[in-house]
Write a protein of this length. Structure first.
Length: 385
């Protein structure tokens, strides 16, 4: 007879590249951890880097499996060996891999290396082939894979032959209390503080990797357009300047910038999901979004203009249409929740994950004995700091 799931008895570990203030996978790890802690579940966190000042890091036990000083081609192996030793020592029932750990029962797919190379027009080198083989092993050995978009599901099947029965599409969550609209007075105040012109339609680009985010194509358009528009870039300094491109730098209140902008533009060459699209919509700001961006599938047509970002004519047409709509005052999203095709709350996402974790607890084949170690292989150190 199957025993009911008792999360109080679940020995759960989360692996991640880092637990810090970064975006992307690091933000996802923080959100999931916060959701679990709010439910009274305190997982063990194993990461290469941990910021102890984070509230989440102060509420649960965290171990550092450092790869500092290890040459890049061998970092995955060193990290996984440390993870293996820890989970046996700690008696872990279930490992949730936010990064791609070979010892994760449930692993997140927030991107594939072959997909990235194809989108960027790159041929795989030796290091790329090692990464691809690591991903192949990780996805093959995992009991379940959480794909953050249907595009990731398709890449898992196309590149790695993962059976559909093993993949669950579960779109990542957003802190809905943080990302919300501002009234017009506050929007004007934020624009004034950031130096965003009141007489131009402001398009926001959030980017820490300009080549992948399509900055070159956007620069070519914004540098020569006669439209009353400007591009505000939050994140890394831009490699090419232009009179109507404004650098905002790194910001801690990006939610206010989303709300103050007229549009968020997501013209990435490769974007497995693109959480900024959902964050922007929650702030009442529509998006100009690439047709290949994962989050395009969860944004209603009323809140997006879909574009082929590498097609200069199509991109120019989309920006012009967005500008015209903004000048008519018809662009703001009246009801952000209705503009999304899923529930983006952290609580909903974590409750769905708990159903997956339950299978780890009840499946005897997934016991820690699966990770049995010889005394010889247990010697790799992960320092608890």
């Amino acid at each position: 007879m199957t025993q009911p799931f008792d999360h109080n008895r679940l020995h759960l570990a989360i692996t991640a590249q880092a637990l810090n203030h970064s975006g992307g996978a690091e933000r996802y790890a923080r959100d999931v951890l916060s959701g679990l802690l709010d439910l009274g579940i305190s997982p063990l966190v194993i990461a290469r880097k941990i910021d102890r000042s984070l509230p989440q890091a102060q509420r649960t036990r965290c171990l550092v499996a450092s790869t500092q000083g290890v040459p890049r081609p061998w970092r995955n192996a060193v990290f996984d060996r440390a993870v293996r030793r820890i989970i046996v020592r700690e008696g872990i029932d279930c490992v949730f891999g936010v990064n791609q750990s070979l010892h994760a029962h449930i692993v997140v797919c927030g991107g594939t290396h072959p997909g990235f190379l194809r989108a960027m027009g790159k041929k795989p080198g030796w290091i790329d082939r090692r990464q691809i083989e690591h991903e192949r092993r990780c996805f093959s050995q995992a009991k379940r894979i959480v794909a953050h978009s249907h595009r990731m599901r398709d890449e898992l099947q196309d590149f790695y032959g993962v059976p559909a029965s093993k993949i669950d599409v579960l779109h990542p969550p957003v802190d809905t209390a943080r990302f919300k609209p501002l009234d017009e007075q506050h929007r004007r105040s934020v624009r004034q503080r950031l130096g965003l012109p009141a007489d131009r339609v402001v398009f926001l680009l959030a980017s820490t990797g300009h080549a992948r985010k399509g900055f070159a194509e956007l620069h070519a358009l914004f540098a020569q357009t006669s439209l009353p528009i400007c591009l505000a870039v939050a994140g890394r300094p831009v490699p090419q300047r232009a009179p109507n491109i404004i650098e905002l730098g790194y910001l801690t209140d990006i939610e206010a910038v989303f709300a103050a902008a007229d549009y968020t533009v997501i013209a990435s060459h490769y974007e497995p999901f693109g959480l900024v699209g959902v964050e922007s919509v929650l702030c009442g700001t529509p998006v100009v979004i690439g047709q290949q961006v994962g989050s395009a599938e969860v944004i209603d047509s009323s809140a997006k203009i879909v574009v082929a970002p590498t097609d200069a004519a199509d991109l120019a047409q989309a920006i012009a249409a967005a500008c015209a709509r903004a000048l008519r005052g018809e662009h703001r999203i009246a009801d952000p929740a209705k503009a999304l095709l899923y529930d983006p709350s952290v609580q909903t996402h974590v409750l769905q994950l708990l159903g997956f974790f339950a299978a780890c607890q009840t499946n005897s084949g997934n016991s820690p004995a699966y990770f049995a170690l010889s005394s010889r292989s247990a010697g790799f150190g992960a320092a608890e700091t």
